[in-house]
Design a protein around this ligand. Structure first.
Ligand code: ACO
Length: 428
């Protein structure tokens, strides 16, 4: 393979270097393009743009592969441990026993929120969307931990990362309790990450919630499968905000907002609404698929399709199995699972979906697992955010550590008015 690409513009040849990643993905390096030619590239939605080099996560969308720091995600299924995977993503390798224990201890030691934050929760209406509360409260952590706004070294960064990963579940659980008007349940330092979160969500005063191993493992795996996905919309947002040297809390709060949208993390809520609509008999699976194919309807088959995967999303495959196992072991039969299976079957045989390579994505089955555990639909995207947080932190830090890091500032092709004059109001 050559190591440059030749671009001919206005009859003149320009050589652009080629870059090859460790898994063989190829890129044309256009960093000198504008300076040398006066041209920029136009790529709405960045579908053809690598915004950075990153060593965190690898996706092969054609083969349906997802690796965290080189490890295929399937290998986390046997003993799912979200805290361990968080460490791996953030610090670049699996932790030693000592590193893991220290990190887990830090998570437990800092799970409480400053008591004043409770007053902020109380200021929100009961009906406030939990994603709005989550973003506001994560941003609010900058006010309560000013010592972690500027991270001078790795030790300080580790402290900030642990605070954030620990406190996001307390914020999430308090947002839920607030929506119900129930008392906040303090974190229990004797519980591990996931059982502690479920305890804060579901315990009543003097009536502790019991988390069995199946539920603990299912939630750990769910969080792991959401933990990173390279330059998706929310992670790119975190990097974009972080590139201005905004602090970790502010950058991750922005990530929550980006995740909220129905074309990104908010799709898990939309999937459930779609399945419930079908279950209520308002529409059949066949009619829903037909509507999703009709461009006039503006409806999409939620939980289907992905910018990168043009094959099965490996996370969807794993989550479908977890959903089935969890329901079977608990002797439950959720009709929504059968409806999801039916929709998948219809879509995968339909030329519209086949030709466009649209397959179930991570959001298609995750809601069924969360429902089985008792997590309400309003909290689905919050669960996604808890899972995605270590990925955001890893990317924020990776970018922060780059020598000579640049502020993210794309160009545009201007299509507005040509130079024109201001007119006084009375003359318009
Ligand atoms: N249902 C029906 N048609 C679809 C769907 C869908 N779910 N997804 C894509 N298409 C169609 C588009 O209409 C388009 O058709 P056209 O070529 O005839 O115009 C074609 O497939 C390509 O779609 P794009 O929107 O251009 O693909 P893109 O890569 O930009 O979008 C996305 C990916 C946003 C995920 C899209 O597939 C979608 O909206 N899916 C439903 C929402 C969803 O599940 N989002 C979660 C994604 S995973 C995540 O973020 C966690």
């Amino acid at each position: 393979m050559t190591d440059t690409a030749t671009l001919i513009l206005d009859g003149k040849e320009h050589q652009l270097p080629l870059v090859v990643g460790t898994e063989g993905e190829r890129a044309v390096d256009i960093q000198t393009l504008r300076n040398n030619t006066g041209y920029v590239t136009l790529d709405p939605g960045y579908a053809n743009t690598a915004s950075c080099e990153s060593a965190i996560t690898f996706i092969d969308g054609e083969k349906g592969l997802l690796h965290y720091r080189g490890i295929p995600i399937e290998q986390f299924a046997a003993h799912p441990n979200f805290v361990e995977v968080s460490w791996l993503l953030i610090f670049g390798r699996l932790p030693t026993m000592r590193e893991y224990t220290e990190f887990a201890h830090d998570l437990n030691a800092h799970a409480n929120l400053d008591e004043s934050m409770k007053h902020i929760f109380q200021g929100f209406p009961r009906s406030a969307p939990p994603m709005a509360i989550l973003s506001a409260m994560i941003n609010g952590l900058s006010c309560f931990h000013p010592e972690l706004m500027e991270l001078e070294d790795k030790t300080q960064f580790r402290r900030a990362a642990a605070r954030l990963i620990s406190k996001i579940r307390t914020i999430a659980a308090y947002a839920y309790r607030h929506s119900l008007g129930k008392p906040y349940i303090y974190p229990d330092p004797n519980l591990r990450y996931v059982p502690n979160f479920l305890h804060m969500m579901f315990s009543q005063p003097y009536e502790p919630y019991y988390c069995d191993e199946d539920v603990r493992d299912a939630v750990n795996l769910l969080l792991i499968l959401h933990a990173d996905h390279e330059q998706n919309c929310s992670t790119s947002t975190v990097r974009m905000v972080g590139s201005s040297q905004a602090n970790l809390f502010a950058s991750c709060a922005a990530g929550v907002c980006a995740l909220w949208g129905p074309r990104h993390g908010g799709a898990n809520v939309e999937v459930l609404h779609m399945l419930e609509q079908i279950h209520a008999g308002q529409i059949t699976p066949e009619e829903y698929v037909a509507m999703a194919k009709d461009k006039e309807s503006k409806v999409r088959l939620m939980g289907f399709g992905h910018r990168v995967y043009k094959n099965f999303d490996p996370r969807a495959k794993m989550l479908a199995k977890v959903a089935e196992r969890l329901l079977r072991d608990r002797g439950k039969n959720d009709p929504l699972l059968n409806i999801a299976r039916k929709l998948e079957e219809i879509a995968l045989e339909d030329p519209y979906f086949v030709e466009r390579k649209l397959y179930p994505n991570v959001d298609f089955y995750s809601g069924i697992i969360m429902r089985a555990i008792g997590i309400p639909t309003s909290m689905f995207t919050v669960m996604f955010a808890i899972g995605r947080l270590p990925g955001w932190i890893a990317h924020w830090w990776e970018q922060n550590q780059e020598a000579g890091g640049m502020i993210a500032r794309p160009r545009q092709v201007y299509t507005g008015n040509n130079s024109t004059d201001y007119l006084l109001m009375e003359r318009r």
